[in-house]
Ligand binder design. Structure first.
Ligand SMILES: CC/C=C\C/C=C\C[C@@H](O)/C=C/C=C/C=C\[C@@H](O)CCCC(=O)O
Ligand code: ZN
Length: 601
């Protein structure tokens, strides 16, 4: 068994459990302590443990209290440095043993962002949070950092501020200004789902198994925004299997959190940009809930099969949206997803390796550089037979890490068993090779896939603006045009506009006058409006863009806006670079690296 994104000797050893003993120092921006790995040999004659590390300071390695020799290899640019530990004697197959590694993180740790009090809502206390997907766990834990490894974990973490983790809490003990928080995660999971945050946190119950955590200043808004969480979990369970992780809590992070959400088990991390006041961001919570099955229970074996996590999650997310908000709303979500896919393909190029559903990562490339909408839109809907298949898929592969071939073989087995040869014949008409291995857009026509009922009004309005290019009479437009649109419909309208050739500044100014788009605080609308304006190099938007990309660090927004500002005439490039230089430390390390790359720095 190999994983192109891991340097560990995965074919010789597996980790069954990992225990962390951590001390957090906000002053030094360091986590120091030890990890105890429970390992088991898979073959005879194992003489070494090779672990993934990235920028760690390894101090000591012991086995049964005796020191072991170790060596840290020269760094591989994307994958980090292999830590090779010599075992005292060769071990036979199925031997279980423990190694303890004493270590500390360094200032180059890519998993953790430390925030100063000024970067938090309350402005009084520092804060830290982690983001490990895809291969950042190795920057705070020496481990077999591969999703092919499924382990349980436990942790004792000492900090002056509240600690939460992707696990169940076992208790807290306090000595002076420090408290030690104990956690355990009894369900096996991959290392990329280990997560921690520490800061001035408070929580509010949402249901018997859910609470929302955040800084006290936004707890009322957060509890209101996510009050329907239990409903989403219930529909997920009705579609799939009983929820396996006991608790489903949410943590609203500070604005620099780089993603919409991250499905850390027991504790989904979400961006505060979801707290819009109108529940328009709950699709992301539904998405993360779906990962409780798709990704967290059935996991990609390595990052080239990432689409198994995201594609199935999207499929179930849309089923839940359909059940709760109507099928037309689910279809609109598909239309928005298709547009995101098109944009990713346009950005990378239709022949680019990054647009392949199952990309080739065998040359040790950085999985973060492959991230896009491509793995999300691999499963775009499908017939009703696919829904019971997905339930059966979860039952069959729960607790396992699998490949695209495993998925395909099971698809054929299931369809033959449940629906007979006729369905196998239908499957045989699907061009799997193109879907899975070819770059570019999937081989289907989107117009035949989605019901555009809710999109029609958006297209009509966009066309009306498109047709107004030569006209001086704009009296047929008014603030009422979009009054009945949902956030998703406003998004579709703005996306349609950005597909058209740039509108003259005169029309952008008029549109802003009617719809007050520059003043909108909803991040989805703000983002898309700013993109439309930047594409037209409309200078009045430059300052609001700078404000938006420095108020929050969600990569979905900041990366396209920085890229587009960098292309805009009238000083866009200078402004983009100067803004990034000034605010670099605001961003999570992953976001900072990718924005710098986008700007060619
Ligand atoms: C084929 C790609 C290969 C590997 C990529 C694996 C991981 C990519 C890594 O960059 C981490 C991604 C984390 C994503 C978390 C949440 C997303 O659903 C957020 C989507 C964007 C947003 O809503 O902000
Ligand atoms: Zn996801």
């Amino acid at each position: 068994m190999t994983d192109p994104s891991s340097l560990s000797n995965l074919h010789e050893l597996t980790t069954t459990h990992l225990h962390l003993n951590w001390n957090i120092s906000f002053e030094e921006k360091v986590i120091a302590g030890h990890v105890i790995l429970d390992l088991k040999t898979l073959v005879d004659n194992v003489t070494q443990v090779v672990l993934d590390t990235s920028y760690l300071a390894i101090k000591e390695v012991t086995m049964n209290d005796a020191s072991l020799q170790f060596d840290i290899a020269e760094r591989h640019e994307a994958l980090g440095s292999a830590l090779t530990i010599q075992l005292p004697s060769a071990l036979r197959i199925n031997t279980s043993f423990q190694v303890k590694i004493v270590y500390a993180t360094t200032d180059q740790c890519t998993a953790v962002q430390y925030l100063t009090p000024e970067q938090t809502l309350g402005k009084q206390h520092p804060y830290l949070f982690s983001q490990c997907q895809a291969i950042h766990a190795r920057s705070f834990i020496p481990c077999q950092d591969s999703p092919s490894i499924k382990l349980t974990y436990s942790a004792n973490v000492t900090s002056p501020l509240r600690v939460v983790m992707s696990a169940l809490e076992r208790g807290v003990s306090t000595t002076g200004r420090l408290s030690t928080y104990a956690f355990h995660q009894p369900t096996t999971m991959p290392t990329y789902l280990i997560a921690i945050a520490s800061g001035n946190l408070t929580s509010r119950e949402l249901s018997h198994r859910s609470q929302v955590w955040c800084e006290p200043e936004m707890i009322d808004a957060a509890a209101h925004e996510f009050e329907d969480t239990e409903k989403f979990l219930g529909v997920g369970e009705a579609l799939l299997t009983p929820y396996d992780w006991s608790r489903y809590d949410l943590l609203i992070l500070p604005p620099s959190f780089p993603y919409g959400g991250m499905e850390n088990p027991c504790l989904t991390f979400v961006t505060p940009t979801l707290v819009a006041g109108d529940k328009s961001g709950v699709h992301t919570v539904i998405h993360e809930i779906c990962h409780s099955w798709m990704g967290n229970l059935v996991t990609t074996k390595d990052w080239s099969h990432f689409w198994l996590n995201e594609g199935h999650t999207k499929f179930i997310e849309r089923k839940i949206i359909g059940r709760l908000y109507g099928e037309k709303e689910a279809q609109l979500n598909c239309i928005i997803g298709w547009k995101a896919l098109k944009e990713s393909v346009e950005l990378f190029g239709k022949d680019a390796k990054e647009t392949v559903l199952q990309p080739d990562l065998s040359n040790g490339g950085d999985p973060d550089a492959f991230f896009s909408s491509v793995p999300y839109e691999g499963v775009v809907g499908g017939p009703t037979v696919f829904e019971p298949f997905v339930k059966s898929y979860v039952q069959h592969f729960a607790s396992k890490s699998i490949t695209t071939d495993d998925w395909k073989n099971y698809l054929y087995d299931y369809m033959e068993r449940v629906h007979g040869q006729a369905m196998v014949d239908k499957l045989n008409t699907i061009d799997f090779a193109t879907w899975i291995h070819s770059p570019g857009m999937p081989p289907v026509n989107p117009d035949t896939l989605f019901d555009a009922s809710l999109a029609e009004a958006c297209y009509t309005l966009a066309n009306a603006w498109n047709n107004a290019r030569e006209s001086t009479d704009l009296s047929h437009f008014s603030a009422k045009d979009m009054a009945s649109f949902t956030t998703a419909q406003k998004s579709v309208f703005l996306e349609r506009l950005s597909d058209m050739s740039c509108l003259p500044h005169r029309l952008l100014e008029a549109m802003d006058g009617f719809y007050q788009l520059t003043a909108v605080r909803n991040s989805e609308i703000r983002f898309r409006w700013q993109l439309v304006c930047l594409k037209a190099s409309y200078q009045p938007i430059y300052d609001p863009v700078v404000a938006f990309v420095t108020e929050q660090g969600r990569m979905k927004y900041v990366r396209p806006l920085y890229r587009q500002l960098n292309l805009a005439s009238g000083g866009g490039a200078e402004l983009a670079r100067a803004t990034f230089a000034k605010h670099k430390d605001f961003y999570h390390p992953i976001a900072g690296q990718l924005i710098a790359k986008d700007l060619g720095l």
